[in-house]
Design a protein around this ligand. Structure first.
Ligand SMILES: [Zn+2]
Length: 78
């Protein structure tokens, strides 16, 4: 049976890469028996989701019509 420590490791691992079948089963089994880890897993997911939400978005493509053409580069080299 999985230790809580191991289960926690799998939970954080799960955020980085999909777990293998075995890992998934082991974690699931543990979660079904361990309320503390179930709560922990929930927190992990919440945290992960919000981290993703607050991550800086990539800057939008420059398609502003006011500064698109002409006033960039100067000497025409591209
Ligand atoms: Zn546990």
């Amino acid at each position: 049976m999985l230790m809580c420590k191991e289960a926690t490791r799998l939970m954080s691992l799960k955020q980085d890469r999909p777990l293998t079948f075995q890992e998934r089963i082991a974690l699931r089994l543990h979660l079904s028996m361990c309320q503390a880890c179930r709560e922990c897993d929930r927190q992990f997911t919440l945290l992960h989701n919000s981290a993703r939400r607050f991550a800086p978005e990539p800057p939008p493509e420059e398609d502003d019509p006011h500064r698109g053409k002409g006033d960039r580069g100067g000497n025409g080299t591209r």
